[in-house]
Design a protein. Structure first.
Length: 110
């Protein structure tokens, strides 16, 4: 599982990948990195919760074969085209509204 032993390691990773990715948002930041920041240490908890966190975090940001370095995020998409980046930001901004609409439909159906 990707593990950041300190804030500097996390910041270096963000500089290398997150800040170069179309999923980075100046207002919200990278949601994948947010999950790693929130659960970085909890993934070592004994029991099913720790194992589940470890599996999820490893899927999002895998570790290299040596186990010492975090590899490129599984959702990394480099910023290459400003129009493509703007379209992706609009798509991401729409996600909370889509979720709210789905949950609203489910509560009416129930």
């Amino acid at each position: 599982m990707a593990y950041f032993p300190n804030g500097t390691a996390g910041m270096m990773y963000e500089e290398e990948y997150c800040f170069q990715c179309i999923h980075e948002n100046a207002d919200r930041g990278c949601s994948i990195m947010l999950l790693h920041n929130l659960y970085n240490y909890d993934q070592f908890d004994k029991g099913p919760r720790g194992e589940a966190l470890k599996a999820v975090l490893e899927t999002l940001i895998p570790t290299d074969k040596s186990g010492l370095r975090a590899e490129q995020c599984s959702l990394f998409a480099p910023v290459a085209d400003p129009e493509a980046e703007a379209a992706e930001q609009r798509r991401l901004a729409e996600q909370p509204r889509k979720y709210a609409a789905i949950m609203s439909e489910r509560s009416v159906a129930a």
